[in-house]
Design a protein around this ligand. Sequence first.
Ligand code: GAL
Length: 368
Amino acid sequence: MKTCTQLISDRALLGTVALIVAALLLGPLARLEAADRKSGGPTAFRPGAVWLDTAGRPINAHGGGMLFHEGTYYWYGESKEGRTWLPPSNKAWDGYRVDVTGIRCYSSKDLLSWKDEGLVLKAVPGDPNHDLHPSKVCERPKVVFNPRTKKFVMWVHIDSEDYQAAQAGVATADRPTGPFLYRGSVRPEGQDSRDQTLFQDDDGKAYRIYSSENNDTTYISLLTDDYLRHSGTFARVFVKRRMEAQVVFKHAGKYWFLASDCTGWDPNPARSAVADSIWGPWTELGNPCRGPGAEKTFGGQSTFVFPVAGRTDTFIFMADRWNKTSLPDSRYLWLPLRFHDQRFEVTWQDTWRLDSRADPAGTKPPNR
Ligand code: GAL
């Protein structure tokens, strides 16, 4: 006959053995997830896995961008909710969509644990003509802080359901977590504008970089000093190279560029380029991805690149792995981006940490 204490200790032993067996059977991912649960949040970047926010909900910020402001990172992206469907006008190119709900923001100090700050730019369901009506398209938000006006300025791709309106919308806020006030949209430089990004240079000048001429050519437009309009100074670059998902960043005095081909939600080989001036000439450097799946950007599409604050030469590549028939279940691919030999590379890793050996520059752990 066993005593009560013996029974409890037998059970505890069985529980531990069961956990060990489960962890061995399930492999490294399950072990990492168990570590996350124990530490109360993600402990590593896991490209392509479901990424939970601090409330335990999947992060919902697609086609996004990053702003670092006063010690905090702000991740802005498309909130994709509800049913995914294929409008008849988009059948020829698999232009699946969800109705617009708005742009969501998350904040973080360590780039792993993200707090949902809510919808910072909301859809406007009451007015079918409004750019932010659920029936429209509102994609690829990017936010910069204007030190002169002290406003946070967001630019987005605004479109009609069939992607024929092709405009650029702008919104401003007094705080990084909004609310953003929508100020309207334009067809810049007398042309269409679809996929887009922003780049803020060290001298305070800001540029909008976007697909134009029906995605044939990339445009780079200098914004006015308040970042709210196109100044009229612009360049046509990568003429007729058909690119989307453009990204511009700066390192060691040079301008670096990433983009995709134009295949809708489906992945394709990434493109990269370098220039001494943002106006070019730009020299193409080919696909910077390395490792399994590199020929199709690991099943993803670029959306942003940013330097990690306080570290030398440590950049993170952000991409979306779209799930075109269930868009809210699209995932994020964050990978280290490494410079060497007059080019940069993005190498696949199942899991990685900023302070692990997989860290791009072998730099110190982040200050948490
Ligand atoms: C992609 C683009 C996305 C979205 C999609 C629609 O090529 O990068 O932002 O517009 O097409 O199919």
